[in-house]
Each structure stands twice: as structure tokens, then as C-alpha cells.
Design a protein around this ligand. Structure first.
Ligand SMILES: [Zn+2]
Length: 177
């Protein structure tokens, strides 16, 4: 017979497997960030209303809006500055994948969202020599995007999973060790 503790651990494992969509959906000022720590890799998954990055949620229509969108994308692509992982983990940025229909990401010509709200999802992969030694990550999203007020975090490591909230102007996230 399975003990209650065993069942509890099973439940925790199932929760860890949930995608980022588990939190409140599309709230302006709020983004979701999942941080997955593995031995050789730290992966961050960002899910945010486009409004937090641009102040609007549709394809840019003017040159000024296009420049604004390009600047936001450039800030996200510069993930080594956006997410500073504890130097003890020896992480180097490997890949950034941004998805937003309204911004035609990842491919130009992708169909734009038709409803009144739009999101951007980002996946930021770092290769690490000692991921388990990552004690913290400095998250630069508040500095980069003034409209963003709160980040709902989910931290996932081989040792467990926990939730946390980062409120402006805080930037340091302690990782599960
Ligand atoms: Zn919206």
C-alpha cells in the first residue's frame, strides 16, 4: 500500500510537469516565468501580455511602434544581460526562442492574433557546467520593461518545485538548491 507521503510526492511531480499556463491568464502588469534548473542547463520560460513589453497588443502600425517592438525584441534576445545566472553555475546563453503572433515571431508573415489581447512567449536556454550550483538568478525584466509590475515564478529543479513572486523593484530570485 502506498503511503500518504508517496502520494504527496507524486502530486508535486505532476504539478512540476504543468506548463506555464497554470497561473492566472493574461493580466496586464503581470508576467509568468518558469525557471528549470538541470545539471547542464538552465531554461527560463517567459509568458507575458504584449502590453507589458510595448504598451500595445497588436502588430505595430507606425514607424515609432515598429522601433518600439524591435527594441523590445532586442532586449529579449540579449538574454545574457536580462537573466544573470549565479556565476558558480558556469552558464552561457545557448538559444533564445520568441513567439508572438502579433509581432510575426518567430517567422515573418505568421498570422496575427485576432482578439483584443496578445502575448509573447520566450524560451531562454543556457548551457551550464554546473547547473546545480546556481543559487540565484538576477532577473532584469523590470529594468527592461517599465510596465511590468509583478512576475509569478515557478522554480523547478531535480530537488523539487516551488512558486514565488517577484515584485518591482526586486530582481533576485533564489533557486531551489
Ligand atoms: Zn491584454
Amino acid at each position: 500500500m502506498k503511503s500518504p507521503l508517496y502520494l504527496l510526492l507524486l502530486a508535486a511531480t505532476a504539478a512540476a510537469a504543468l506548463p506555464a499556463q497554470a497561473g492566472p491568464a493574461h493580466q496586464h502588469g503581470v508576467a509568468r516565468l518558469d525557471v528549470a534548473v538541470e545539471a547542464n542547463r538552465v531554461t527560463l520560460y517567459l509568458d507575458t501580455p504584449l502590453d507589458n513589453l510595448l504598451g500595445f497588443e497588436r502588430a505595430p502600425r507606425t514607424d515609432a511602434e515598429r522601433q518600439q517592438a524591435d527594441a523590445a525584441v532586442a532586449r529579449l534576445q540579449d538574454a545574457e544581460r536580462l537573466f544573470r545566472i549565479d556565476g558558480n553555475a558556469g552558464c552561457k546563453l545557448a538559444k533564445v526562442t520568441l513567439t508572438s503572433a502579433a509581432l510575426s515571431l518567430p517567422a515573418p508573415g505568421a498570422p496575427a492574433a485576432k482578439d483584443d489581447h496578445a502575448d509573447l512567449e520566450g524560451r531562454f536556454e543556457f548551457n551550464c557546467t554546473a547547473g546545480a550550483r546556481a543559487g540565484f538568478v538576477e532577473v532584469g525584466l523590470f529594468a527592461a520593461f517599465p510596465q511590468l509590475k509583478r512576475i509569478e515564478l515557478q522554480l523547478i529543479s531535480p530537488k523539487g518545485q516551488m512558486k514565488a513572486t517577484l515584485v518591482r523593484p526586486a530582481s533576485r530570485v533564489a533557486l531551489v538548491r
